[in-house]
Design a protein around this ligand. Structure first.
Ligand code: F6P
Length: 326
């Protein structure tokens, strides 16, 4: 086990439902295996300022069902600098923390990779983000819950859309990835999804109209992934107003409502498995890897792969959506 006695845990970047379930699994698996656990608050920011306290099993009681993160989170600009990372390293030495588990998305894992190689320090990553944009894992913690939030909202919007015979563009999160938009569209029976992955290949609005969009329907729902590449829901609504003024268009931006709420069963189980696997990975002597789930099996993905590779979006899903929205 190469001298690891105390493990530090932090959550960083955008919060995601299921992060608490991961904190619980990490803490309890670590204590079960006779490690000490130190909780670091506010992500890398708290690592720099030393916001740390020891966690026992009771610190993580009654949190599996809670959204957000009891460890708090932040996007730390200081950790992007060598000076900030040096301060973070000094905190780890002072607190006698021998290894770190970080729960977060792309930015969090990128920070972990740089830090681990700069200081030759053992870190294991756990993918927690609603965006699902991390290579090497079928799903990230929080994605399933966010999808469920999206379909609940779309179901409600559909009631008013069909009452008024309107076309709604509903913008969902995802940063530059279309997983929430595409699978949200399939799951809510939407007519189409506009996603960054194909935004440069085709004019998705032209495609919609060309494919006989709305010919057999009075109301329509289109999910748009937020992104500079797509231009977002407002951009498409403005275009429709200009180019197809016969449509009665409205826009809904779902925003941060997608990040909240009690995690789904899927996310709780995923977080529990990943938290457990992250500690097992340290015990096995694994370093600088992210825990993932591939084909329902735990896998270890080197940071380099998880960060550098773009997670491919299954084009078959686009076909499913197009076929089912006739
Ligand atoms: O990465 C998660 C996410 O919710 C993205 O989908 C979104 O683009 C971003 O975070 C929003 O970040 P913030 O809460 O810092 O505005």
């Amino acid at each position: 086990m190469s001298g690891i006695r105390t493990i530090g845990i932090l959550t960083s970047g955008g919060d995601a439902p299921g992060m608490n379930a991961a904190i619980r699994a990490l803490t309890r698996t670590a204590i079960f295996n006779n490690f000490r656990v130190k909780a670091i608050f506010r992500g890398y920011k708290g690592l720099i300022t030393g916001e740390i306290s020891e966690f026992k099993t009771q610190n993580v009681s009654n949190i599996i069902q809670q959204g957000g993160t009891i460890l708090k989170t932040a996007r730390s600009e200081e950790f992007r600098t060598p000076e900030g990372r040096m301060l973070a390293y000094e905190t780890l030495i002072r607190e006698e923390i021998d290894a770190l588990i970080v729960v977060g998305g792309d930015g969090t894992l990128t920070g972990a990779r740089i830090f681990a190689s700069e200081f030759n320090y053992p870190i294991v990553g756990v993918p927690g983000t609603i965006d699902n944009d991390i290579y090497g894992t079928d799903s990230t913690i929080g994605y399933d819950t966010a999808l469920n939030t999206i379909i609940e909202a779309v179901d409600k919007i559909r009631d008013t859309a069909s009452s008024h015979d309107r076309l709604f563009f509903i913008e969902v999160m995802g940063r530059d990835a279309g997983f929430l938009a595409l699978n949200g569209a399939i799951a809510s029976g939407a007519e189409a999804a506009i996603i960054p992955e194909i935004a440069t290949e085709v004019d998705q609005l032209e495609e919609l109209i060309k494919n006989g969009f709305r010919k057999t329907k009075n109301s329509s729902i289109v999910l748009v992934a937020e992104s500079e590449i797509t231009g977002g829901a407002m951009h498409y609504a403005d275009r429709v107003k200009r180019e197809y003024p016969e449509y009665d268009v409205r826009v809904v931006i779902l925003g941060h409502v997608q990040r909240g709420g009690s995690p789904s069963a899927h996310d709780r189980i995923l977080a529990s498995r990943m938290g457990n696997a992250a500690i097992e990975a340290l015990i096995e002597g694994q370093r600088n890897i992210m825990v993932g789930i591939d084909n329902d099996k735990v896998v270890y993905v080197p940071f380099n792969q998880a960060i550098k590779n773009d997670k491919p979006l299954d084009k078959e899903l686009l076909k499913v959506l197009r076929t089912l929205s006739i």
